[in-house]
Design a protein around this ligand. Structure first.
Ligand SMILES: Nc1ncnc2c1ncn2[C@@H]1O[C@H](COP(=O)(O)OP(=O)(O)OP(=O)(O)O)[C@@H](O)[C@H]1O
Length: 785
């Protein structure tokens, strides 16, 4: 429809997405809107801060929404400035312009007339003609600048080639000042504003005539190089030599002394820290120092906590063994002693090595040694604090220990995405006999710092995990660094204790870690198999495997597809479309709702992507949709998360996605009876040993690997975690560890042997001669053309 314009008052903000600033609002029309007769209209578009009751002029076009009727799609908007004397006087003397009272406001109107605001906006120089103090002039200018609406800023930034999304991020960081700040130093937001990198800055810099050797430009390049290492590799620092080289590359000239000077200046400005020939962003360096200092505080303040005698512990372990009907091996026993007699201890081991069995042993021993009645353990103020970084991992920990386990966020009482900004005063104080954190490999540096800050009087702290799993999504490598520091008694479990059907997957997992995966991964065993196919065949193969698994009696909820990335032919998004069609087809006439390009239907399995303590659901938690209101009202979707009904409004739905296929990263901390894993060379940037290992260890009983052999080989042969981090050294320095203090127990490795079986090829699979499904009877894959 044709472009038109109208002015209106904001009645109601129906929906807003804080990520991309998209809003849906009800607007009361002031005056008229061409081709529209009603008094209010629903308006959609991207907006910055919008004031309820505020009056704005909108430019855009009418369109008919198939369900909600006539709406107005906004292309640009601006705040309607007051023009009559009374309201202009009131506006100018409001707290939007601090230091300007009624008198000064009258001077402004007398000097520039009723259009004063527009006049200054057009030509800020006019302010100098007013008889105001410098402070008042500044206040007037900055007040008017901050009224620059989001769409005006987007328009102005567009002339520098900045797209809407990035312009939105710039706006979120600098608000109305955005343009002034960018024009003063286009390199300032580099590393600070998402999507705004050195290239964008350089484009603006060139237009503004900033010289190639300008300090602002060089500093921007330096920050960009460090930021790249942080975001792309998870490194918390970069070597100075590499920094000089990469920065020189970026600015395209090789004057190292000029770059070095800028590094020094950035140090003085507290933006980065140079330590031992390495450079780190200040906040990252500071976080590592804080973590090491907190660890020292925890260790030092627990020196006086009593240690149990060997005989007492041995007796308690004996009782635990009787109760659990097992006998711990020597390494396992040592880990229990470590946990009971040290302020901080660490337990790491692959699947089936007995981590959970040890946690149970530690708790049983402590109950006996401290004479703790059951009532205390199950009380609100329990002396046993158990937590894990994700909801699913916490749930599993709770089920296995029979003691309530929380997410770390919930344990600390912190809000959504608050890791970076939470102050320690806002944290729950952690006390009690023991704190055990499971799945430590997933804990990132910001959350770990908060966890340590929350620890008050907890007598013992045990970090449990598998150091060979993927490191945390955020930068750093907390669990690996704690182990490498050798500052805390650490037990590495290497003997596989789990027996039974799933043991061949566990053997495969351990072989992958020991560099022997290639020998057995492409075999067909009772529990795992490999189906080679290229990325264009992945969807088809997964379609067949899922269909077949369902025919064989697998429960829908037991089948989980995993992949490395969301996009691409064999990406998570397209696999979700395929599996959703099989498991919850549209012809079931279920109610549905479409958001961010995904269709959700009643019955769909969904994944929560962010921590949401208010709803008590967390990143990685899986639920099922049980209700949908197609009119998209307040609670338009209801999902069952572990027996609890959680209501979502449109805004919350940006945190929800379908979960038939999920990324390996999101699957961390969860296990499923049947894992269908797909890896192809499209994922080549991510193909590392720890990614494959993490994926494989998600399978409880059965594993079907699909994709390109080359991709699996690349993952097998690319060392996992090689993040450059500074925490290990800082721990060693601050806790004054010297090299003799080796605190790691290293038991012998156990040999893993597997029988040889036939290797699958696509021809065999599609001819139906070989069955990729494991432990199930005779249905074969159909041949597809
Ligand atoms: N010393 C032992 N003797 C006999 N069985 C053991 C011993 N230790 C552990 N197990 C058994 O081995 C299996 C795996 O142990 P557990 O679940 O504790 O390992 P885990 O490291 O937590 O593995 P995962 O991470 O896969 O859950 C369990 O069935 C457990 O009972």
């Amino acid at each position: 429809m044709e472009k038109t314009e109208f002015t209106g008052k904001i009645d109601n903000i129906v929906f807003e997405n804080s990520q991309n600033l998209f809003k849906i609002m009800d607007v009361e029309i002031i005056g008229s809107l061409k081709d529209y007769d009603e008094e209010t209209i629903r308006v959609t578009g991207n907006f910055g801060e919008i004031q309820l009751e505020g009056i704005y002029t909108f430019e855009g076009s009418l369109f008919v929404h198939p369900k909600f009727g006539m709406q107005f799609k906004v292309e640009s908007y601006k705040q309607a400035l007051p023009h009559e004397e009374g309201s202009l006087l009131k506006y100018l003397s409001s707290d939007k312009f601090p230091g300007i009272g009624k008198k000064a406001a009258q001077k402004i109107i007398a000097g520039l007339g009723m259009d004063a605001l527009d006049v200054i906006k057009e030509n800020p120089q006019k302010i100098s003609t007013l008889s105001l103090t410098k402070k008042q002039k500044d206040s007037l200018l900055s007040g008017i600048n901050s009224m620059d609406s989001y769409s005006e800023i987007v328009l102005k930034l567009a002339k520098y080639g900045i797209n809407k999304r990035v312009a939105g991020n710039v706006y979120k960081a600098y608000h109305g000042d955005a343009l002034q700040r960018l024009e003063a130093d286009p390199y300032e937001p580099v590393g600070d504003v998402s999507g705004y990198g050195f290239k964008t800055a350089d484009k603006i810099g060139r237009e503004l005539g900033i010289k190639p050797d300008d300090k602002r430009r060089i500093k921007g390049a330096i920050l960009q190089v460090i930021e790249n290492a942080l975001v792309q590799n998870g490194d918390t620092y970069i070597g100075l030599e590499a920094l000089l080289d990469s920065a020189a590359n970026l600015i395209e000239f090789n004057q190292y002394d000029v770059i070095a000077n800028s590094i020094n200046e950035l140090q003085k400005e507290n933006k980065l820290v140079v330590d031992n020939e390495n450079a780190a962003l200040s906040n990252i360096f500071k976080t590592e120092v804080e973590i090491a200092s907190e660890l020292k505080r925890v260790v030092d303040s627990r020196q006086k906590i009593k240690k149990y005698s060997n005989s007492k512990i041995t007796k308690a372990i004996g009782h635990a063994e009787e109760k659990l009907d097992i006998s711990y091996d020597d390494t396992q026993k040592q880990s229990i002693i470590n946990a009971l007699n040290n302020p901080i201890s660490i337990l790491t081991g692959g699947p089936g090595t007995g981590k959970t069995t040890i946690i149970n042993g530690i708790l049983l021993c402590l109950r006996e040694l401290e004479n703790i009645p059951a009532a205390a353990i199950y009380s609100e103020d329990t002396p046993f604090l158990l937590a894990a970084p994700t909801g699913r991992a916490a749930k599993r920990m709770g089920e296995i220990t029979n003691i309530d386990a929380k997410t770390i966020h919930r344990l600390l009482g912190i809000g959504i995405g608050d890791n970076k900004n939470t102050e320690s005063e806002d944290l729950n104080e952690l006390n009690g006999e023991i704190l055990i954190i499971d799945e430590m490999s997933m804990v990132d540096m910001f959350l770990f710092k908060l966890l340590l800050k929350g620890i008050q009087d907890t007598k013992r702290i045990v970090f449990v995990g598998d150091q060979d799993q993927l490191p945390s999504v955020g930068a750093g490598n907390i669990f690996g660094d704690l182990i490498a520091s050798q500052a805390f008694p650490t037990t590495k479990l290497e003997t596989i204790h789990r027996q039974g059907d799933e043991s061949s997957i566990i053997t495969l997992a351990h072989a992958i870690n020991n560099g022997k995966g290639e020998e057995i991964i492409f075999e067909k065993t009772k529990n795992y198999s490999f189906i080679p196919c290229n990325s264009s065949q992945v969807g088809q193969a997964i379609d067949q495997i899922v269909t077949l698994a369902l025919k064989r009696g697998f429960d829908k909820d037991d089948i989980q597809v995993l992949g490395a990335m969301y996009n691409g032919q064999s990406g998570i998004n397209s696999l979700n479309d395929i599996v959703q069609t099989i498991m919850n087809p549209p012809e079931n006439h279920h109610k549905k709702i479409e958001v961010h390009g995904e269709v959700f239907r009643i019955g769909d399995r969904v994944l929560q992507l962010q921590n949401n303590p208010e709803k008590d659901i967390y990143n990685g938690q899986i639920g099922k949709i049980i209700g949908i209101d197609e009119n998209r009202t307040a609670n338009c979707l209801i999902a069952d998360f572990d027996g609890r009904e959680i209501k979502f409004d449109l805004r919350d739905l940006s945190d929800l996605t379908r979960a038939y296929a999920i990324t390996i990263h999101k699957s961390q901390g969860s296990e499923f009876p049947l894992i269908i894993l797909n890896l192809t060379m499209q994922n080549y940037v991510m193909l590392r040993r720890n990614l494959l290992y993490t994926a494989i260890t998600r399978a409880e009983k059965n594993l079907v690997m699909v994709g390109e052999k080359q991709a699996y080989l690349m993952a097998l042969n690319t060392p996992g975690n090689n993040r450059k981090t500074g925490l290990t050294d800082k721990i060693r320095q601050i806790l004054e560890i010297n090299s003799q203090d080796l605190k790691t127990a290293n038991p012998k490795k156990e040999a893993a042997i597997l029988a040889e079986e036939a290797i699958l090829t696509p021809e065999l699979i599609y001819s139906g001669k070989i069955d990729p499904m494991i432990g199930m009877e005779s249905t074969k894959l159909e041949k597809r053309n």
